[in-house]
Design a protein around this ligand. Structure first.
Ligand code: GLY
Length: 282
């Protein structure tokens, strides 16, 4: 059974009904448009498609609308993981491109696994990705006020008809961070998949990295734990440190789990439960 789950970050939209509605509508639209592709296409195509749409929507902090680092520069990171072939690829702090997830996809065809900084940007341009300015007026205003902003990372995990699982994540970071800071998203802590499960994380990257969250959940499922138990146990462990993050995940049977630590208000997700699209808003 094909399955797709996407997220548009984590945090709190309490008391902000209009914003919550906007994010809900966008997630539903992107989920529907991407799921149509999954009827014929591969998990890779669908994860890339969904993340491109999320990156292009300025409401989310990835691609267009990414947060600015302390020096006023946007540096974006992304990763893609092919669960069946155990193939991870990620780019760290890439600049001036529209869709960082496509940079990770480009790299997945190369010898190396992770590329960073200026060289990652040069790699993208060399492979035909045009120059693009992802800064939006809203993010620039947040930066000028030295305000980290509200919304986070985006991600998608898909299971296709062939039983292949792909996970992907893309982020503009946490905002006003030390230039060059590396988030969890382009590492196996934030994005991971196997033949049995896939995970994409969102929240405070340092904490996700310290918990090796995505890789830990997937490894637990590989070792025989149910996805539900693997996510619950990982969240319990993170709660001991009062960490603030969440994740979306699915397994090879198409079961979906959204996890969050106790300190986190909400993960902004969307998936179909067989009857209707479920989101953080329903
Ligand atoms: N989880 C995204 C970040 O911390 O940058």
């Amino acid at each position: 059974m094909e399955q797709l789950i996407i997220h548009g970050g984590a945090g709190s939209l309490e008391g902000k009904l209009a914003e919550a509605q906007k994010m809900h509508d966008s997630l539903c639209h992107i989920w529907e448009e991407s799921f149509v592709l999954l009827q014929k296409g591969s998990a890779e195509e669908v994860v890339r498609h969904a993340i491109r749409l999320l990156e292009d929507d300025p409401v989310f902090n990835a691609g267009t609308g990414s947060k600015l680092q302390f020096d006023g520069q946007v540096r974006m990171s992304s990763a893609l993981m092919d669960g069946n072939n155990n193939r991870f690829s990620g780019v760290i702090n890439v600049q001036n491109i529209r869709n960082p997830i496509e940079a990770a996809a480009l790299l997945s065809r190369e010898k190396h696994t992770i590329l960073s900084g200026e060289q990652a940007t040069a790699f993208c341009h060399k492979h035909g990705m045009p120059e693009y300015d992802p800064v939006t007026p809203e993010r620039f205003e947040e930066y000028e006020k030295r305000c980290a902003g509200k919304h986070g990372t985006v991600g998608a995990v898909a299971l296709d008809k062939e039983g292949c699982i792909f996970a992907g994540t893309s982020t503009g970071g946490i905002g006003c961070e030390i230039p060059g800071r590396v988030s969890d998203s382009p590492t196996v802590a934030g994005t991971y998949a196997s033949t049995k499960a896939g995970v994409s994380c969102t929240g405070i990257g340092e904490q996700i990295t310290q918990q090796a969250a995505a890789a830990k959940v997937v490894t637990r499922v590989d070792d025989g734990m149910t996805l539900h138990d693997a996510v619950a146990r990982t969240m319990r462990e993170s709660n001991k440190f009062n960490y603030l993050y969440g994740l979306i995940s699915l397994d090879s049977a198409g079961q979906v789990e959204v996890g969050k630590t106790a300190a986190l208000n909400e993960v902004f997700y969307a998936f179909h439960d067989g009857e209707m699209i479920r989101t953080f808003f329903t």
